[in-house]
Design a binder for this molecule. Structure first.
Ligand code: F0G
Length: 919
C-alpha cells in the first residue's frame, strides 16, 4: 500500500498530482505560478521533526531539512510525538469539539497556564482571550484598545455631566459662584459666538472635547512591522504591497522609524490634544481647566520583527515606547506571535529589555504545529470584563486546540527550560557560523541578524554581477527566491525570504533541530553564497531549467564574458535615448545574453524561460551608444522580455496575447523610465501590439522598425539578384507571408518592378491575399498578382522573399525549383530550413533585414546573436530615427511604401548600409 492508500483508503485517493492541479486551478492560481517559477511547487506528503518528505518526478522519496519552520509556527518540529499523542487522545476520548457557551475546562486551564508563565516573565497578571489565528489576535487587541479608549472618554463625559449637576446645585444653595467673565472667556477659548448660560457652556465644551478625542485618532506601529492580513491587522502591517489595496479601510496608523527614540516623542507630541473640563475651585468658583489627552489609541510592536526581515527592537526603543504609553495613557501591545513561546531564548522576546506590554499577543507555536491557536493577554488591571462577551468566535476555546496548547507549553517549560536554553545555544551557533560566512563573502551577505532561533541573513543584490541573469534577478528583488529554489532542489533545504524584505532569508527552524543539521545547512548555504559570488547562474538555475549532467549543451560561440557595461561614461547633454523592446529569438540566445548559464541545453533554456516568465519582469538587457555622421549621438537601450519567439507565438495561439501585451506595456514603462523618447518593437512584439496600435502612448514615439526592415530586404534582394544575373525585368517574384504587414508593403514596392508576382500565405489567408492583389491592381499594378497558399508554387519563382511569423522554419528544398534562385529570408526566426542552401546549391539564401551602422560601429547586444558589425534593421530604424531627431510614431500600423522609401533614403544619408549575409 502506498502512502496515499494508507491515508485515504483505496476508494478515496486524492492523489498529490490531482491535488496540485486543483490547487493551481481552484485555490491559488497566482501563488501557484510564483511557486512554479521559483521551483517551490513541491507537495510534501510527510513531515517529522525537522524533515519534510516529497516524491520527486521519478517517484523517489526525497527529504528536505525544514528551516522555514511554518513561518515560526513549527517550534516543536513537524508532528512532535507528544503533541500528536495528545491530539489522538482528545479524539479517541471523544472530547466534544464544539460546545460553546459551556464551562470549557481545557481552554480555562490553557489560559491559566499562559497567565502564570507570562506573569513569571513580566511580573504582571494578565487575563487571556483565546483566538484562532495571529491576525484574529491582533484584531482582538485592536478592539480591546478601542473599547478601553471609548470607556475612558465616556467616563470623562459622564464626569462632566455630574459636575454640571453639582454646579447647578451649588449655585442654587449659594455654595458655588459663576465668575462674571466665565462665559465670555469660554466663548473666546472655544471660538464660538455667544455662550448665554451654563447649559450651553457645558454643551460647547462637550462638543469641543468629543471632537478632539474622537477625530483623527490613530495607532502607532513600527516601520517593517507585520501583524497579519485581516482588515485591521493589515493596516498595522508596514509593507505597502500588503496595505495599499485596503487604503480606504479602517484605522489610521502612524509608522515610527525602527529604533529611533526621538520619533516616539515627536509622535506623542503631535498626537496630544487639549480638552477642557468644568470644575469647582476650592473657593467655590467655577473654573474651566485644560487637560491633555492623546489621540493615540494603542501602539503595536514586535520585539523582534519577523516577516519584515528579522529586526530586533532595541531596549532603549522599547523602553521609550513603554514610557510614552504610560504618559499618554495608551496600551503598549507587544506582538510576540512569532518571537514568543521561547523561540528567542526566553519565553517572551521582550524579556531581555525588561519591558512588559499592556497586552501581549501569542500565536503560531501556541498551537504546537497541529492546531490553530492564538491568545491575547491583557493586563488584569486594564482588562474589560465585557470583552469576553463582545469578542467571540465559533471555533475559539475548542478543547482540541487547548489540549495541544497545554502540551506545547509543557514542552517549553520542562527540564528547567531546556528548550529555551537550546534555542539560545543553537541560535548562537548559527549566528557565529553565518557571521563567519559573511566575513568571507562580504560582497554577498550584508548582515546577519536576530536572536535565538529567529535569524535573518540579508543578501546584497548583485547589480554588478558578471551574470546578466543574476543582475536582473537582483534588480527585480528575486535573488532571495532564487537562492531558496537552489537550496531546495540542489541541497534539500527549505528556506524562504520574507515577503516584505525579499533580500532577507529568514531562518526559524524548530527548537529541536540538531547541531549536525545546522552544520549541514551552513555548508549548503555556503555553496549557494559561493555560487552567487562567482556569478554561477548555471548552478543556481539548472533545477528550474530541468538540466541534468549529461544533457547536450548549447555550443559556446561567443567570445565575450566580461562584465556587462552598465555604467557608461557620462553622456553628452545632447544624447537622446531610444529603446527597443525585444525578446529572445531562439532559446539558446539566453546563453548569448548570459554566458554564465552555460552549459544549459537549448531545451533547458526554453524551460527556464517557460517557468520564469511569470515572475520576471522586462529588464534592460543591454545598452550602447551610437554616433551619427555629424556629431549626433544616441544611446540605445534594449529592453528584454523573458520569452522566446516560440513562447510568444504559443501564447498568441492559445488566445493569451494579453499576457505578452502586459509585459510589453511594462517594458514600455521601463523604457520611458530609462529616458527613452522613442521606442521600437522588435520581433514578435510588433505583432502582439498590432504594429504598435494597441499601445496608447503620446509621450513617446513608437515604431515597429519594420519600414527599414522592408527597405533593407529590398536592397539585399536587388543586390543579390544582380550578382546572380537575375534580371528583375523578367523575374518571377514570390512573396511568402504576403498577407502580413511586411509582405504587403514588399508587394506594394515590387509589383511594378517584376512582370510576375505570386503572393503566398497560410491556408486560410486566401481572401486576405486576394484583397491585397485586387488593391494592388486598383492602385495601378500593370499585372494582376497571383495568390496561393501552396508553397510548391514557389518552384516557378526565381526571386523569393519570405517574411512570415512562423516560429519554426517552413521553407525546405522541395518547395524550390531547379533554376538559379535568390531567396531573401527576412523572417526572424528564419523561414528557411538551415540545410536548404546546402541541398540546393543553385539557390542563394540570404538573410534580409540586416544592416550595419555608420562608420562601421560595432553594436553588440547581448541576447541578439548576430555576427560582428550586424544590426537588425528594426533596431537600426530606432537608432536612425533617434539620430535624426524624429520622435513621432513612425512605422505605426500598416506599413506604407513611401515610408519604406523615406527611411531607406534617410539610412543612406546617415551612413547605415545594408548587409547581405549569405546563409
Ligand atoms: N503577528 C506576527 C508578528 C506575525 O508574524 C504574524 C504572521 C501575524 C501576526 C499574523 O498571524 O498569519 O496567524 O494570522 N506571520 C507570518 C509570517 C505570516 O510569515 O511571518 P496569522
Amino acid at each position: 500500500m502506498n502512502i496515499e492508500e494508507q491515508l485515504w483508503g483505496a476508494s478515496l485517493l486524492p492523489c498529490d498530482e490531482a491535488g496540485r492541479a486543483a490547487y493551481r486551478t481552484y485555490l491559488k492560481p497566482y501563488v501557484a505560478k510564483l511557486l512554479t517559477a521559483i521551483g517551490l511547487d513541491v507537495t510534501y506528503h510527510r513531515g517529522a521533526g525537522d524533515w519534510l518528505y516529497y516524491l520527486d518526478d521519478a517517484g523517489c522519496e526525497r527529504r528536505v531539512l525544514d528551516m522555514i519552520g511554518g513561518f515560526g509556527a513549527s517550534l516543536f518540529g513537524h508532528n512532535h510525538p507528544e503533541l500528536v499523542a495528545r491530539a489522538q487522545a482528545v479524539l479517541t476520548h471523544q472530547r466534544p469539539m464544539l460546545v460553546q457557551a459551556s464551562a470549557r475546562s481545557y481552554a480555562g486551564l490553557l489560559a491559566q497556564r499562559l497567565a502564570e508563565m507570562v506573569a513569571a516573565s513580566t511580573g504582571h497578571l494578565y487575563i487571556v482571550t483565546l483566538t484562532n489565528s495571529g491576525a484574529e489576535t491582533v484584531e482582538a487587541a485592536l478592539k480591546h484598545a478601542e473599547l478601553t479608549r471609548q470607556e475612558r472618554i465616556q467616563s470623562f463625559i459622564d464626569g462632566q455631566q455630574r459636575m454640571l449637576r453639582k454646579i447647578r446645585l451649588g449655585i442654587s444653595t449659594g455654595a458655588v459662584t459663576l465668575p462674571d467673565k466665565l462665559f465670555d472667556q469660554a466663548a473666546a477659548l472655544l471660538d464660538v459666538a455667544d455662550i448665554p448660560d451654563l447649559d450651553v457652556l457645558h454643551f460647547c465644551l462637550t462638543e469641543h472635547n468629543l471632537e478632539q478625542l474622537q477625530e483623527d485618532t490613530s495607532y502607532l506601529a513600527i516601520v517593517g512591522s507585520f501583524h497579519g492580513k485581516s482588515s485591521g491587522a493589515v493596516k498595522l502591517t508596514h509593507s505597502p504591497d500588503f496595505r495599499k489595496p485596503w487604503h480606504h479601510l479602517g484605522i489610521q496608523v502612524n509608522f515610527l522609524p525602527r529604533n529611533q527614540v526621538d520619533a516616539v516623542w515627536s509622535a506623542v507630541t503631535a498626537a496630544t490634544v487639549i480638552c477642557y473640563e468644568l470644575a469647582i475651585g476650592d473657593d467655590g468658583v467655577v473654573q474651566i481647566n485644560p487637560t491633555t489627552w492623546s489621540r493615540i489609541v494603542g501602539c503595536f510592536a514586535e520585539p523582534i520583527q519577523g516577516e519584515g526581515g528579522i529586526h530586533e527592537l532595541t531596549s532603549a526603543f522599547l523602553g521609550a515606547l513603554r514610557t510614552a504609553a504610560d504618559q499618554a495613557h495608551f496600551p503598549l501591545i507587544l506582538d510576540e506571535i512569532q518571537s514568543g513561546m521561547g523561540r528567542s531564548g526566553t519565553l517572551l522576546a521582550a524579556e531581555a529589555s525588561g519591558v512588559a506590554g499592556d497586552y501581549i499577543l501569542l500565536g503560531k507555536a501556541l498551537g504546537g504545529g497541529l492546531a490553530k491557536q492564538g491568545a491575547l493577554l491583557v493586563r488584569a488591571d486594564q482588562y474589560i470584563e465585557e470583552f469576553g462577551y463582545l469578542h467571540t468566535s465559533t471555533f475559539a476555546e475548542d478543547d482540541f486546540s487547548a489540549a495541544i496548547g497545554l502540551a506545547a507549553l509543557d514542552l517549553v517549560t520542562r527540564d528547567q527550560g531546556a528548550l529555551l536554553q537550546g534555542c539560545r545555544e543553537k541560535g548562537d551557533y548559527l549566528l557565529q557560523r553565518l557571521r563567519a560566512l559573511q566575513a568571507c563573502y562580504p560582497q554577498v551577505i550584508r548582515e546577519v541578524r536576530g536572536r535565538g532561533l529567529m535569524i535573518g541573513v540579508e543578501l546584497i543584490p548583485q547589480h554588478d554581477s558578471a551574470s546578466n541573469l543574476l543582475r536582473v534577478v537582483s534588480e527585480q528583488n528575486l535573488l532571495g527566491f532564487l537562492t531558496c529554489g537552489y537550496l531546495l532542489h540542489e541541497e534539500g533545504i527549505r528556506i524562504a525570504p520574507t515577503l516584505a524584505a525579499n533580500s532577507t532569508i529568514r531562518l526559524v527552524p524548530s527548537a529541536f533541530i540538531q547541531e549536525r543539521e545546522l552544520a549541514h545547512f551552513c555548508a549548503a548555504f555556503e555553496r549557494a553564497v559561493a555560487a552567487i559570488a562567482r556569478a554561477n547562474a548555471h548552478t543556481l538555475t539548472r533545477h528550474i531549467a530541468g538540466w541534468q549532467a549529461g544533457d547536450e549543451a548549447v555550443p559556446q560561440q561567443f567570445d565575450f564574458c566580461e562584465k556587462p557595461n552598465f555604467s557608461p561614461s557620462p553622456r553628452k547633454p545632447t544624447t537622446r535615448r531610444v529603446a527597443c523592446i525585444a525578446h529572445f529569438i531562439e532559446p539558446a540566445d539566453l546563453l548569448h545574453w548570459d554566458p554564465m548559464l552555460a552549459p544549459l541545453s537549448s531545451a533547458a533554456c526554453s524551460q527556464l524561460l517557460d517557468k520564469t516568465h511569470v515572475v520576471l519582469d522586462p529588464f534592460l538587457a543591454d545598452q550602447a551608444r551610437i554616433d551619427g555622421p555629424w556629431g549626433e549621438q544616441v544611446e540605445v537601450g534594449v529592453v528584454g522580455l523573458p520569452f522566446t519567439a516560440a513562447q510568444i507565438m504559443a501564447h498568441i495561439r492559445r488566445g493569451d496575447g494579453a499576457t505578452v501585451r502586459e509585459q510589453i506595456e511594462a517594458a514600455v514603462d521601463l523604457a520611458k523610465g530609462w529616458g527613452a523618447t522613442l521606442i521600437g518593437f522588435a520581433g514578435y512584439t510588433s505583432i502582439v501590439t498590432n504594429n504598435c496600435q494597441l499601445l496608447v502612448e503620446d509621450s513617446v514615439g513608437l515604431t515597429s522598425g519594420n519600414s527599414l526592415t522592408a527597405a533593407a530586404a529590398l536592397a539585399a534582394l536587388r543586390r543579390s539578384a544582380c550578382a546572380a544575373s537575375i534580371d528583375l525585368a523578367t523575374a518571377r517574384l514570390g512573396i511568402v507571408g504576403g498577407a502580413g504587414n511586411i509582405g504587403r508593403v514588399l508587394a506594394e514596392c515590387m509589383v511594378n518592378e517584376v512582370p510576375q508576382l505570386t503572393l503566398i500565405g497560410r491556408p486560410g489567408a486566401e481572401r486576405r491575399l486576394q484583397r491585397l492583389a485586387d488593391e494592388l491592381k486598383r492602385q495601378g499594378a500593370t499585372v494582376m498578382p497571383q495568390v496561393s497558399t501552396d508553397l510548391a508554387d514557389l518552384q516557378s519563382c526565381n526571386l523569393i522573399i519570405s517574411a512570415t511569423n512562423a516560429p519554426e522554419p517552413i521553407l525546405c528544398a522541395d518547395h524550390l525549383g531547379a533554376h538559379p534562385t535568390v531567396l531573401c529570408d527576412v523572417a526572424v526566426p528564419g523561414d528557411a530550413t538551415p540545410d536548404l542552401a546546402t541541398c540546393r546549391p543553385h539557390v542563394q539564401v540570404i538573410k534580409g533585414g540586416i544592416m550595419h551602422l555608420p562608420h562601421q560601429q560595432e553594436l553588440t547586444i547581448r541576447g541578439m546573436a548576430l555576427a560582428q558589425g550586424e544590426a537588425y534593421a528594426c533596431l537600426a530604424e530606432v537608432i536612425l530615427l533617434g539620430l535624426a531627431g524624429i520622435r513621432e510614431h513612425f512605422s505605426y500600423g500598416p506599413l506604407r511604401a513611401e515610408r519604406v522609401q523615406q527611411i531607406g533614403a534617410l539610412a543612406e544619408q546617415y551612413g547605415f548600409g545594408v548587409k547581405v549575409r549569405t546563409l
